[in-house]
Ligand binder design. Sequence first.
Ligand code: DC
Length: 240
Amino acid sequence: MNIITIDGPSGAGKSTITRLVAARLGLRYLDTGAMYRAATLHCMKAGIRLDDPKAVAGAIKTLKLDVELVPDGPVKVRIGGQDVTDKIRTPEVTRNIHHVADVMEVRDWLVKMQREIGQQGDLVTEGRDQGTLVFPHADLKVYLFASPEVRARRRFNELKQRGMETSFDEVLKDVSHRDHLDMSREHGGLRKALDAVELDTSNLTPDEVAEAIVKLAKSRLSAKTRKIDKSKLGLDKPKA
Ligand code: DC
């Protein structure tokens, strides 16, 4: 199985870039953030106290989550058969995610689901812990980053385009707060895997970053194929 992991902080361009890479390599694309978002929405609807880890762990047992990988498109997420792909993107869900993503039972369950998806075929997967914890033996690991200011500027422009009123300072504060939550998470927190390739996306277009990853992937995956071919030739057999 070929697995490519793309991790990094929010606003580093992971979703756009991962989708481009998956489309160019003809691989499936998984957005694991969408799974944590769906778990959060489910807990919010259950009406439990989100700051009570035991209540969150209990609520997660009743979550019927279905993740459909869509070629070239965002991952489709359903809860109990109902499409919640758009509903998981509200600011309320984003604000509450950390309560749910910090709970061990939630992480264990979603990590298991992510590994099962990985076992079903080649995959490009993005998140915070994909290269470090979920797929430690991935064929290629990428860590995307950009300065908080650059990431906040991107987010600010995006919000302005959607007609939302906010200030740059407010967005920058929010980006720094999310970094802190993601990096201080004890299990599955945002860290660069030792063997990950680091890419600074600050001064590159998504297209340029995707192209760089595609090149890396092609050389890694063909090296792997060469290794397999060599063993098929029987070169490793002891001489008679
Ligand atoms: O990628 P995103 O911004 O949609 O992710 C939302 C949140 O989900 C992120 O702030 C932390 C959490 N998350 C996580 O804990 N582990 C992952 N593999 C992916 C996301």
